[in-house]
Design a protein around this ligand. Sequence first.
Ligand code: ZN
Length: 92
Amino acid sequence: MTMPETKECPFCAETIKYNAIICRYCQQKLPVANKEGTFPDQQPLEPNENKQPATKLDISLPSIQSTFQKFLQEEIRKDNHTLMKAGILLPV
Ligand SMILES: [Zn+2]
């Protein structure tokens, strides 16, 4: 099994070195072939937990935040001392 020595540049169609990462003719960055001879850029997207961890609980949602803040502000109005005891301090 031998590796091809040359390939065709996908941008300018000139024959360039197979392992070239930048075309010598048009200076375009070329997709780098891996050991299997396939181009990662051309592969269909596969689920990859390491690269993109799924966020199941997004507490930074504005609606949840405002609801929580409203709740806290009402609690503060009801009983300021309870929250102070719990250690919750909010700029009101
Ligand atoms: Zn080229």
